[in-house]
Write a protein that binds this ligand. Sequence first.
Ligand SMILES: NC(=O)c1ccc[n+]([C@@H]2O[C@H](COP(=O)([O-])OP(=O)(O)OC[C@H]3O[C@@H](n4cnc5c(N)ncnc54)[C@H](O)[C@@H]3O)[C@@H](O)[C@H]2O)c1
Length: 388
Amino acid sequence: MKVLILGGDGYLGWPTAMYLSKKGHDVAVLDNYIKRFWESQAEVEPLTPVNNLNKRIKIWENLTQNKIKLFLGDISENSRFLNNTISDFKPEAIIHYAEQPSAPFSMISQHNCIETQRNNVLGTLNLIFAIQRNNPDIHIIKLGTMGEYGTPNIDIEEGWLKINHNGRSDKVLYPKRPPSFYHLSKVHDSANLEFVCRSWDFRVTDLNQGIVYGIETDETIIDDRLCTSFHYDQYFGTVLNRFIVQAYLGIPLTVYGKGGQTRGMLNIKDTLKCVEIALNNPASKGEFRVFNQFTEQFTVLELAKKVKKACIMIGKEVDIGLYPNPRKELDNHYFNAKHSALVDLGLEPEYLNEDFIIKMINTVSKYSERIDPSIIEPTHFWNNKSAR
Ligand SMILES: NC(=O)c1ccc[n+]([C@@H]2O[C@H](COP(=O)([O-])OP(=O)(O)OC[C@H]3O[C@@H](n4cnc5c(N)ncnc54)[C@H](O)[C@@H]3O)[C@@H](O)[C@H]2O)c1
């Protein structure tokens, strides 16, 4: 299949490009390197030294004879560029990762909030119009997040909710209660995409993804120069990825509050499999299809305990630190989210265990000289007093 990956320089975009290219798909990646700019604004760097896309694509081609096409440009500001890319490459499916991906980053200031929503919402709107002009049959596979739902006191369905009200029934988009301006940008995207499915017969799969962990995939390990961008800082590092670097350093794991927050999680290798499943089983014309993309759920404290247990197995001491929660979120809440659709379509999950955690700690040790301990502790609080 001809697949265009928006956000191909990112943590998930680059491994997806290699994975699909190895499977024989005709892959193109698009990016504008804005994440690298946001990193420098936040004064952080990934743990891994990430080559630019030109270099990584050449290395990949030399090693595997698989070609990946590259388009460099901004989808949120340059609608003509996006339009031309789609008209040149003629993709059958577009995987849309190209958004500002961090909730804490979106909560730093008015500027960060607006930058996040501008970039994310306008990028998706430009995509919608570029597809409308070129070929409304293109399947959009859009990355949303489980965080969009918030933590309601009822079961979370896969995108849609059947309701009975005053004797009548209907099916509505599941009511969302997002916890940050970032998550809100994803909710706005979903509303826009659902609208064009209803109005213009688009086909969209919205992947409400849980928190991804992991540093390697079967393709990144072929050569160190193909590694993906891996963060461990308070803004761009996801929870388990942060804990692994903290465990390596032997500093207390940064559990926020009491650690009772329950979240859906998945291995980066499962992200690739899920996206592939969506690609091979496209949404129907006019269908806004939602999959809850996670494989297991843990409380933050359970995760920290797993990391501590893995450390004990290798003779490493690490404490669990309880930090004041910089976020506004429930510490103790109901969480029961359906996530059967991808498994029904054939997903075989990778489950988290101590051996995997030990492997991650070993991988992190390869990059130990690049670790900056000063970017680990949360310094920014999400309450309205600290927002600038
Ligand atoms: N990593 C996770 O745990 C996770 C969980 C749930 C959802 N997601 C979503 O998955 C997607 C990918 O996440 P990631 O962790 O790979 O993020 P990432 O920041 O590493 O990758 C996103 C890429 O998109 C590019 N980009 C952003 N805006 C762009 C624009 N306007 N034009 C062109 N390129 C642009 C960035 O430069 C970056 O390379 C994001 O939408 C994120 O919200 C990620």
